[in-house]
Design a protein around this ligand. Structure first.
Ligand SMILES: Cc1ncc(COP(=O)(O)O)c(C=O)c1O
Length: 422
């Protein structure tokens, strides 16, 4: 039986499948009266465009929360990353290193700025970027490394920041899955040269569509304003005079966030501590109960990490130990009413765009064009990411679980493991 395809865009409340034997496990409603009230108030005030008081207050709050010098709202996580790459001066001829398993939007903005994506392998147990392989991929063209705190887990930031210090190559953090996560007491997004968040509808802090960029670097911030904040530059308190002659139009591109979305995100940010607490409690109680089930174990969490956001709930499945192929196990869980899925994100080197390359700018131009020396990728290039892809399964990530939810899920995992063995 094929498994239900995991949809990363769908809020992952537990939904019963046909013939499901399980009750509804999650009581969470992402949007409640607070968001509705804010939207009504802002609309009544016609606070609908530009750097409005709500937008500015949100940026100030995000900046203080992360502990960065600047925070800038944008229309989505992709444009936050675009602004960060542009802010760093990423452009044609440069290379940007990122893990081969992430959402494509982590790297697409660098590609569209004319830089060549260079993938590195992941740690097969944490699923995070492998710092050793990132270091091995550095060339004299490397302009930055993008670390992604996938699924609410956190990268080995000590190792990555050490690479940054030793090589001078900036590390940026894609925190789209990890709102409120910390590493040794520091906020994710506040450790690298820049932090980027998606506030898309299924994220832990949602604007419907939105994004945030933070940085301590004045030039990066001002360049981010220049590239995406047309006609809002004067409303953003540029600190230096470096780009003053380009105010207020900048480069004429517009990535500005919709104020209503930011109003919604402000209400969501109030609820984040509670949301993270509930998700953490649920995930940790399921993880703690996995050890008696042969062939299932939690993902590795590095020392000093406090997970947050929890965009997904991956666990590692060892088919050889359980005696059941991962795909068959997931299908059997689905048949029993548990919405487990296989790994939702393709390894990027498997996509034709990166495996073969693509003539992005037409006429044989662009960073992944064979005529510009792009060689592509093949199976076997990233053994750990390929292994992780085969053996990671995702469990429902509940936000306000009924009290018996973890026990029901563990019982189902155990029962199906036993029943599926040939
Ligand atoms: C890791 C990661 N980076 C970037 C993005 C892009 O964010 P957005 O969809 O808001 O553009 C996403 C979106 O899901 C993501 O998961």
């Amino acid at each position: 039986m094929p498994h239900d395809k995991y949809d990363p865009f769908k809020p992952r409340a537990f939904v019963q499948t046909a013939g499901a034997a399980l009750p509804e496990l999650d009581r969470w409603r992402q949007i409640t009266d607070e968001e509705v009230a804010i939207v009504a108030e802002m609309t009544a005030r016609n606070e609908l465009s530009g750097g409005t008081p709500v937008v500015r207050a949100f940026e100030d709050r995000w900046r203080d929360w992360i502990g960065s010098r600047y925070a800038l709202t944008v229309m989505n996580g992709t444009s936050a990353l675009y602004s960060a790459y542009f802010g760093l001066g990423v452009g044609p001829g440069d290379e940007v290193i990122c893990p081969v398993n992430t959402w494509i939007c982590t790297i697409a903005p660098a590609l569209l700025l004319g830089a060549r994506p260079v993938f590195c392998d992941v740690d097969p147990d944490s699923l995070m970027i492998d710092p050793k392989d990132a270091r091995a991929k550095i060339t004299d063209r490397t302009r930055c490394i993008c670390a992604v705190h996938l699924w609410g887990n956190v990268c080995d930031m000590d190792a990555l920041l050490r690479i940054g210090e030793e090589t001078g190559i900036p590390v940026i953090e894609d925190c789209s899955h990890a709102h409120g996560a910390r590493y040794r007491g520091r906020m994710c997004g506040g450790m690298g040269k820049a932090g980027c968040w998606s506030l898309q509808g299924s994220k832990a802090v949602s604007a419907g569509e939105g994004g945030v960029l933070t940085t301590d670097d004045t030039d990066l911030f001002e360049r981010a304003c220049l590239v995406g904040q047309v006609n809002r530059i004067a409303g953003i308190d540029l600190v230096s005079t470096r780009y003053a002659e380009h105010q207020p139009l900048g480069l004429g591109m517009k990535f500005r966030a919709h104020p209503l979305g930011i109003g919604i995100a402000a209400a969501q940010l109030d609820k984040l501590p509670e949301l993270n607490h509930r998700r953490r409690e649920f995930i940790e109680s399921v993880e703690a109960g996995l050890s008696p089930i042969p062939g299932l174990r939690p993902v590795k969490v590095y020392e000093g990490v406090e997970r947050g956001g929890f965009y997904g709930f991956p666990v590692i499945h060892e088919p050889g130990v359980m005696g059941v192929p991962t795909e068959a196990y997931v299908a059997a869980l689905n048949a029993r009413g548990l919405q487990a899925t296989l790994s939702p994100y393709p390894n990027l080197h498997d996509l034709p765009l990166f495996a073969k390359g693509f003539d992005i700018f037409t006429r044989n131009r662009g960073p992944v064009c064979a005529s510009e020396g792009y060689r592509g990728y093949r199976q076997g290039d990233f053994p750990n990411a390929e292994l992780a892809q085969r053996r990671t399964l995702f469990l429902p990530r509940l936000s306000d679980p009924i009290p018996e939810a973890a026990a029901i899920i563990l019982d189902t995992l155990r029962w199906v493991a036993r029943a599926s063995r040939p």
